[in-house]
Design a protein around this ligand. Structure first.
Ligand SMILES: [Zn+2]
Length: 494
């Protein structure tokens, strides 16, 4: 089972893929020279799909990061790389999404995204160029079109409709195209995107070695991040660049070696100009959207929190919080609704939320930390077979109701029953003091002064005992490299 998000997400593309089934053909790609089966989608389809999905994707990843100066800088860089792309008919557009995860992605038709988190961990303009160029590579190789063009996928998309008819809420379960974008490309596709990306960045004058150096930073980040979460350092965060773009430094170097000679004299790195652009940007979660702290979700404005089972990965988006078990056999969806006062949670759960097509079993009123609530479950049919859905609705205050949907594979329902029950009962109100203690963090760029130390410069960071480790990742100081005597350095303050 791939988790609901992915399937739900694909719904948005159903009509494009399905319509394409009628007139599929084989075409030669101008960037890769491949004759691949992207015939289900024309260039115009790519553009249409990108245009339609763009607002949903941006929303799913926290909205646009409101920083016009930085936004126009990224757009300028992106356009410089896109000048060398094979498909000039795509309306290239570059967006910073307000998400602390470190990732970059693209939609068909020339829509390219980098996360705020990625910008904090890049060291210079060349590294950012490498990331953007790689995404332009995917766009030009038309990898998403390849993915959408398989008949099997199209069929899956159509079948999905049958699960979703039960209620509109269930249809929204996946929450946008994010899941599709969060699926990983194949190693061949990654190699192709690297080869193309190196071509574009080198022609724009940027040192192509930056592509590998950013990957090295990301690997170090993953290791420290895993330690912070108390996880196996070899486990990869499902949402970061390594998971969605599976690459190794060796393969990137091979792509670079093969591209050598494409543009000799591509030596631009531009560290200081890059650092001055990101100086002052938000770091980590934006408290206005809620904060994820390991398995804990806290929202200072809404004054609520809950804890997912240990080892679950939480993902925040403006509409909902999604959680996944490491084996992907259990998914949590958390969101809010408005329900008139006086309507019982049990009646709401059965009659309004689930709808008449879904008969809930074991519907019962419960109390969650003093709040009126109700729960019930149903077995539903999905494309990949049956799934168990448990719904929980909790009246928080006035008309404000919060809801959990716990989706498990039937074979995993018993195993996850107790941990997910604990999640339900962990839901509570934050005190004003707890809410006030959640503050935004900012990345600042400062000149190194005589007498500065790593311990001193990293003291204000939010990673506790891992402050020095994360400071090293932020500043390309792996291992025990000493602090330089001068120059600019990043740190985090609140
Ligand atoms: Zn990629």
């Amino acid at each position: 089972m791939h988790g609901f998000t992915r399937r739900g997400v694909l719904q948005g593309c159903a009509c494009v893929a399905a319509a394409g089934l009628v007139g599929g053909c084989v075409t030669t790609n101008r960037a890769t020279g491949d004759t691949s089966f992207t015939g289900l989608m024309s260039i115009q389809d790519d553009i249409e799909l990108g245009r339609r999905e763009h607002p949903k994707l941006v929303k799913q990843f926290g909205g646009e990061y409101e920083n016009p100066r930085l936004q126009s800088y990224v757009d300028r860089l992106g356009r410089r790389a896109a000048e060398y792309a094979e498909y000039q008919e795509f309306p290239y557009r570059f967006t910073i999404v307000n998400s602390p995860i470190i990732n970059a992605f693209a939609l068909p038709g020339g829509y390219v995204y980098v996360s705020r988190g990625l910008l904090s961990f890049a060291s210079n303009e060349a590294e950012l160029m490498g990331v953007i160029s790689h995404e332009i590579g995917h766009v030009n190789a038309r990898h998403t079109a390849e993915r959408l063009s398989t008949a099997q996928l199209a069929q899956g998309l159509l079948l999905l409709g049958t699960v979703a008819t039960g209620s509109r809420e269930l249809a929204d379960m996946g929450g946008g195209i994010a899941g599709l974008v969060l699926q990983s490309f194949s190693r061949e596709q990654e190699f192709e995107a690297d080869t193309l990306g190196i071509r574009y960045m080198a022609r724009a004058g940027y040192d192509p070695d930056a592509m590998a150096s950013f990957l090295a930073t990301l690997r170090e980040y993953s290791q420290v991040h895993a330690q912070i979460l108390g996880r196996d350092p070899s486990s990869v965060d499902e949402t970061n660049l390594m998971a969605t773009h599976p690459r190794t430094i060796d393969r990137v170097q091979r792509a670079r070696a093969e591209a050598v000679g494409a543009a000799p004299g591509a030596t631009l790195v531009n560290r200081d100009p890059f650092l001055s652009q990101i100086d002052g940007m938000l770091y980590g979660d934006d408290p206005a959207q809620g904060v994820i702290d390991g398995e804990l979700f806290k929202h200072p404005d809404l004054r609520l929190c809950f804890r997912a089972p240990e080892t679950f990965t939480l993902l925040n988006s403006p509409d909902q919080v999604t959680g996944f078990s490491p084996d992907r056999e259990a998914t949590i969806l958390f969101d809010g609704a408005r329900v008139p006062e006086g309507r019982s949670m049990a009646a709401y759960l059965q009659e309004d939320w689930s709808g008449p097509q879904i008969a809930l079993s074991d519907l019962e009123p419960i109390t969650v930390n003093g709040m009126e609530a109700a729960t019930g479950w149903a077995r539903l049919l999905s494309r990949e077979g049956p799934v168990d859905l448990r719904g929980v609705a909790i009246r928080f205050e006035g008309e404000r109701v919060y809801r959990f949907r716990f989706i498990t594979k039937p074979s995993a329902t018993d195993r996850y029953s107790e941990p997910l029950r604990r999640t339900t009962y962990s839901f509570r109100k934050l005190t004003p003091e707890e809410a006030a203690a959640i503050r935004p963090h900012r990345l600042i760029v400062v000149p190194i002064q005589p007498g500065d130390s790593i311990a001193g410069l990293s003291r204000s960071m939010p990673h506790g005992q891992y402050n020095e480790a994360m400071f090293r990742v932020l500043n390309d100081m792996a291992g025990d490299r000493p602090l330089p005597n001068s120059g600019l350095i990043k740190t985090i303050v609140s």
